[in-house]
Design a binder for this molecule. Structure first.
Ligand SMILES: [Zn+2]
Length: 174
């Protein structure tokens, strides 16, 4: 079995509080997160709780995203915590339970606990929105052109004429 799917039949048969820890390794190829460049690694602690299996633990990986300043590739280490509940298929669907179950993941019929989706969610939420590379990069050339008041030397005479003709116009700009 892959290192991100665990059979919890035994744990389900145990008393609340029973625990089990498993090493997690989810290769990029199985994760539907294009930014991932390394497998997701960590230790998942599975705890039998009243109605479910609680999965907790720290996970880490590396993503490749564009630098917010220069647009080159930046590799960023990401880290996130799991805190997810998995309930058995066919759990008691009394009204009281339904709301609770809506926030839970499902085990499959054989009581396999598949972490792939919670791992993908964790990675996506851990990707920093404005990653920047280390090497004091500069803003992209395009940005620099539009932000500065630099004038193309070839147009300088024209600019001067315009300045004489519409001084007010320029003042508004500056
Ligand atoms: Zn950069």
């Amino acid at each position: 079995m892959a290192d991100f799917v665990f059979n919890v039949s035994r744990l389900l048969g145990q008393q609340p509080g029973a625990q089990r820890a498993e090493a997690v390794e989810a290769p990029c190829a199985v994760m539907k997160v294009p930014e991932l460049i390394k497998p997701v690694l960590g230790t998942a602690r599975m705890t039998r709780i009243e109605n479910a299996i609680l999965v907790s633990g720290n996970m880490r990986s590396t993503v490749r995203v564009p630098c917010a300043r220069c647009d080159c590739d930046v590799d960023v280490d990401v880290e996130f915590e799991l805190a997810d509940q998995f309930v058995p298929v066919g759990s008691d669907l009394s009204e009281e339970n339904q709301q609770y179950l809506a926030d839970c993941w499902r085990l499959d019929k054989r009581h396999n606990l598949d972490l792939i989706e919670v791992l993908a969610e964790g990675v996506v939420s851990a990707i920093p929105p404005f990653a920047a590379c280390d090497q004091g990069c500069r803003v992209s050339e395009l940005e620099e052109e539009t932000s500065g008041p630099r004038i193309d030397p070839r147009f300088e005479p024209l600019y001067k004429i315009r300045q004489d003709m519409f001084p007010k116009d320029l003042k508004d700009e500056g």
